[in-house]
Design a protein around this ligand. Structure first.
Ligand SMILES: [Ca+2]
Length: 251
């Protein structure tokens, strides 16, 4: 009878766990500075984001995630449009399925906590690519658009129940758009209902759109309030097992 050889479990750091799943953008929010002037993308694509309107950013803050170095804090409820943006599109050529992942903590719930968005390029409508925000009731609304305009026929939106997100709570969230009629939400490794809200089953707009973290899609319309850590973007649907692996690596 052969000897039973047991292999010790390989313990990956949080960052190694994320990178092993091949994100097309990964911003650990570990950038230092008072405030940070950029958010470095450590994926192979190097989509570094530049700060826009740094008014409400603080110096680097303690992380929300085990193994992370820092998080970034938005200190104001004033919707001053602070955030990080890419100078070039990270959506070019992308199509559904797509997944966004991040860790957040909000000191209180306000209207609105802008999580991520494509930025409005002058001359273009804002329902392009993906965007999502949390409201003062703790519900998240997530959408994607076809670039055709603000009419509901040009975008599709989903919204979770009130109370999905709580104030003062470290929260891992994953939003995935598997196809044109589905949106899935995981909150701290639990699959949460993300019902259809409005819009048609449109084609995702994969043309140039400036990606933003913690900031709304247009100038002067809003920004996040609280802490954001370890943001990742994938051009496929994270499986429930991958979501669990990431969550467990981070707590
Ligand atoms: Ca971090």
């Amino acid at each position: 009878m052969p000897a039973i050889i047991t292999t010790p479990p390989v313990s990956l750091t949080y960052q190694q766990t994320i990178l092993a799943d091949g994100p097309i953008g990964y911003w650990p929010m570990d950038d230092i500075g008072t405030p940070p002037t950029q958010s470095t993308d450590v994926s192979v694509n190097n989509y570094d984001l530049t700060v826009v309107t740094s008014t409400s950013l603080s110096a680097a803050q303690p992380p929300l995630v085990n193994g992370s170095t820092y998080s970034t804090q938005w200190t104001s409820t004033a919707q001053d449009n602070t955030g990080f943006m890419a100078s070039t599109s990270i959506y070019a050529g992308a199509s559904l399925p797509l997944t966004m992942e991040m860790w957040i903590r909000m000191p209180s719930l306000i209207n609105w906590h802008y999580l991520f968005a494509t930025h409005k390029t002058p001359g273009f409508s804002f329902y392009r690519g993906l965007h999502a925000f949390i409201d003062s009731n703790g519900a998240v609304e997530a959408s994607y658009g076809n670039g055709g305009g603000v009419a509901t026929s040009n975008r599709r939106s989903y919204k979770s129940a009130n109370g999905t997100f709580l104030a003062n709570t470290d929260t891992h969230m994953v939003l995935t758009f598997p196809d044109t009629t589905t949106c899935k939400l995981y909150v701290n490794n639990s699959l949460i209902s993300m019902p259809y809200l409005s819009g048609g089953a449109v084609t995702f707009d994969a043309s140039s759109g400036q990606f933003a973290i913690g900031r709304a899609w247009e100038n002067g319309t809003g920004s996040f309030y609280g802490f954001i850590d370890e943001v990742a973007f994938y051009n496929y649907e994270l499986t429930a097992q991958q979501v669990a692996n990431h969550y467990n690596a981070g707590i």
